[in-house]
Design a protein around this ligand. Structure first.
Ligand SMILES: *[C@@H]1O[C@H](CO)[C@@H](O)[C@H](O)[C@H]1NC(C)=O
Ligand SMILES: *[C@@H]1O[C@H](CO)[C@@H](O)[C@H](O)[C@H]1NC(C)=O
Ligand SMILES: *[C@@H]1O[C@H](CO)[C@@H](O)[C@H](O)[C@H]1NC(C)=O
Ligand SMILES: *[C@@H]1O[C@H](CO)[C@@H](O)[C@H](O)[C@H]1NC(C)=O
Length: 728
């Protein structure tokens, strides 16, 4: 018996060492060499006990990154570091987990850039030219540039087949390493050795044995004149030496070219950088292993004289195991969802590109509705345009719509100017802008209106004519009615004017605080406390608590603020002053009676409060208002702009072609409300997807909103900027 213990002990020891071996997957000889050096260095610097605890490293040579993911899944390797696009596939399709992310000097994100050598190329005329890509479905080499080209409609995707088919016909010829299985034509320009023996075939593989693989390969493809444009990430530009910098230019989104150093302003979008994946059951050891390796051989590593984790040139290639530009690895907490790791914007982009294989739900447009009335109108809309599938998705407020669009739960919504600002800060982009001008038909007879003049609306303060003492500057301790939180007319504009004796330019810059200080109570849907006390809530199908930030609250919006001003039939909940938009005021006054809210009111029963303290009849709104408000804009995720535009144009055309249908896109009174889905003043849509939201809002309005949000806490803005790629 005695002799058995040492044997047993030895057996257990050997087993535990075997179990803790870490197998790193490599895709080329240089990478294999670097990995082997790392293994040697680990053995040399770690005490024997730690080698046992943290694992002995072995290096598994595979023909491609896809093969690595496959091997890890099948327990024939353990770890690999890959592009974020492959991280996503590894997690979604192979059930692997992401355990670390590369962090670079300027953050965790990369910018996609299009590099050219020909002075006469521009981003709008790439069709027919030859392209070099770092890798298929890679962030900077594929998803971001294709998302950009689609969003501008330079590339069109018929949706009957996968996007790769349209990419094939778009470019004259390409090298997209990794595309062989998906669309072999996309490999035409690749230069790797061809072989029918899989292990010896390097052609178009995601391996350094394919000379045009990865960022450096794509740049090589461009340098050799094989391709006209290379899609790579901005970190790759560092590798272009001073002597040849002048030969290269970047293609910017606006159609111009810029020098390489301008990548921050001249790029096709941003996305997450590379990450490390492993099997779920291996994640704890893998994390510990990465942390140890980084402590030893990272930029500040104890043993960096012996081996440098983020350095490859001694092995004859760049970006081996990790990108050379990596500053450190951020080891991720357990249980993080893939959209927390890679960011909502990026995950939505990949879904939009059919990264997991396209599904035909892709042709549906999901519109955001915030109330029972909007849902009803939206469903009528869906029925009136039978050919194009429209799905109406319910949210609880405009802010909620923005969040749902980011989360890919809904696709588009028309937003007022303040919410357009928020959506723009959140990375959403304009599709069309509501047009309030008279003449919607362009001179040449097209239905697609293009114009630089975007008519605005104005915000006004309204009081009952009978309450003679209610004046601007004299509103202290009165009851107020505001269309809703963040609304331009009800929230953004009034606080800038003199509201009461006490309220002057030294007052706080947060409108919520001002209204709370000035007014006794009121109804500002979406707020809380005293400014909810006058609100009514909703009943029946539109049941809601008081102060909800949508039309279910009967005092919400332009119609609601007017109802609030005249008060409910019981005579209890009413305001002394209403802040709303002028454009549908007269119609809304008329509909007070016809909708059964309150009889007997006409426009002469109301007066405008001018900012100088005068009162004026409603007709004098041009000289007596609180400010100009830019038009509403339909906003969406960038990759959907062309699709949503197409949907809206077709919808507008079908509705115009059947003028006798009951459904009117820009009317809301039949639902007992105002401004449902779009402002009632809308005549048609103006194409604005080539414009920046900032230029649609105009510099003055933009700066004003920015100033206000610089001193106003806003959950939705905080939600948006927490997304992975808002840094940099
Ligand atoms: C540059 O691009 C233009 C436009 O496609 C083409 O006509 C011209 O031949 C190109 N020049 C070179 C040097 O490739
Ligand atoms: C009308 O003008 C617009 C914008 O200038 C243009 O896009 C459209 O093709 C023109 N339509 C016709 C029928 O000429
Ligand atoms: C401005 O308001 C503050 C308090 O809100 C008051 O103390 C101050 O006197 C006011 N200034 C003027 C010029 O009215
Ligand atoms: C708002 O704050 C940001 C960040 O501090 C600053 O860059 C910007 O200039 C500010 N904008 C205005 C209009 O004050």
């Amino acid at each position: 018996m005695r002799g058995l213990y040492p044997v047993l002990f030895f057996f257990i020891f050997v087993c535990s060492v075997r179990a803790k071996k870490v197998r790193w997957c490599t895709v080329s000889d240089p990478e294999q060499k670097k990995c082997a050096e790392l293994a040697k260095a680990l053995v040399a610097v770690l005490p024997q006990a730690d080698v046992a605890a943290f694992g002995r490293l072995s290096c598994i040579r595979a023909p491609s990154t896809a093969d690595c993911v496959d091997r890890i899944k099948g327990n024939r390797a353990d770890i690999v570091n890959v592009d974020a696009g492959e991280v996503y596939s590894a997690v979604k399709q192979f059930d692997l987990v992401a355990i670390a992310k590369e962090i670079y000097r300027d953050g965790g994100c990369i910018l996609s850039v299009a590099v050219v050598r020909n002075d006469s190329l521009d981003i709008r005329s790439l069709q027919g030219h030859r392209s070099c890509h770092s890798g298929v479905r890679w962030t900077a080499g594929w998803s971001l540039p294709l998302g950009f080209l689609l969003s501008r409609n330079y590339l069109s995707w018929s949706k009957e087949h996968p996007l790769s088919q349209d990419v094939v016909s778009f470019f004259g010829a390409s090298c997209v390493p990794g595309a062989a299985a998906m669309a072999p034509t996309l490999c035409a320009l690749c230069r790797g050795q061809k072989s029918y023996i899989r292990q010896k075939n390097y052609h178009c593989e995601t391996s350094h044995s394919e000379p045009f693989y990865n960022n450096q390969g794509a740049l090589r493809c461009l340098r050799l004149g094989v391709g006209d444009v290379a899609f790579v990430d901005h970190l790759a530009l560092e590798s272009i030496g001073e002597s040849e910098r002048d030969e290269f230019r970047l293609l910017c989104g606006d159609g111009t070219q810029a020098p390489l150093s301008s990548y921050r302003n001249c790029n096709l979008g941003r996305g997450p950088g590379g990450g490390t994946v492993t099997r779920v059951n291996f994640r704890k050891l893998a994390r510990k292993f990465l942390a140890t390796v980084q402590t030893l051989f990272g930029r500040q590593g104890r043993e960096r004289q012996r081996f440098q984790l983020f350095h490859s040139s001694t092995f004859g290639e760049r970006d081996l195991l990790f990108k050379d530009a990596t500053d450190k690895l951020a080891v991720l907490a357990d249980g993080m969802d893939v959209s927390q790791v890679l960011g909502l914007d990026y995950v939505a982009l990949l879904k939009g590109l059919g990264h997991e294989g396209s599904s035909l739900e892709d042709s549906v447009v999901r519109w955001c509705c915030i109330s029972h009335a909007e849902q009803t109108k939206c469903e009528q809309w869906a029925l009136s345009i039978k050919s194009d599938p429209l799905v109406c998705v319910r949210a609880v407020s405009m802010r909620d719509c923005i969040e749902k669009i980011k989360r890919d739960e809904v696709d588009a919504v028309s937003l007022d100017a303040t919410h357009s600002f928020i959506a723009g800060k959140c990375g959403l982009v304009p599709v069309v802008t509501e047009y309030y001008g008279r003449n919607c038909v362009p001179a040449n007879g097209s239905t697609h209106l293009e114009t630089d003049v975007l008519p605005s609306v104005v915000g006004v303060a309204v009081a009952k004519r009978s309450s003679r003492n209610v004046l601007m500057g004299n509103l202290g301790s009165r009851r107020s009615c505001h269309s809703y939180t963040y609304s331009p007319a009800g929230w953004l504009l009034p606080y800038r004017h003199r509201l009461s004796h006490e309220h002057n330019s030294s007052s706080p810059c947060d409108p919520n605080q001002v209204y709370n200080q000035v007014f006794w109570k009121g109804c500002l849907p979406g707020s809380q406390g005293n400014l909810c006390k006058v609100c009514m809530g909703g009943t029946g199908e539109a049941a809601t608590k008081r102060c909800a930030d949508n039309h279910n609250e009967r005092y919400y919006g332009n119609m609601g603020a007017l109802r609030c001003l005249v008060g409910d039939p019981s005579g209890k909940s009413y305001g002394d002053v209403a802040f709303l938009e002028h454009h549908n005021l007269l119609d809304n006054i008329l509909s007070l009676g016809s909708t059964g809210w309150a009889d007997g009111w006409s426009s002469t029963d109301f007066e405008l409060l001018c900012s100088d303290g005068r009162r004026a009849p409603l007709s004098e709104w041009e000289s007596c208002n609180l400010g100009v408000i830019p038009p509403n804009t339909v906003m969406t995720r960038p990759v959907l702009t062309a699709r949503v535009y197409d949907f809206l144009m077709k919808s507008q055309e079908t509705l115009a072609a059947s003028p006798n249908t009951d459904f009117k896109l820009f009317e809301s009174q039949q639902y007992g409300e105002s401004d449902l889905l779009f402002k009632d003043a809308t005549q048609c849509f103006v194409h604005t997807s080539h414009m920046d939201y900032r230029s649609i809002l105009g510099e003055e309005f933009y700066t004003h909103v920015e100033t206000v949000f610089n001193c106003t806490q806003s959950d939705i803005l905080e939600f948006c900027i927490q997304d992975v790629c808002s840094i940099l």
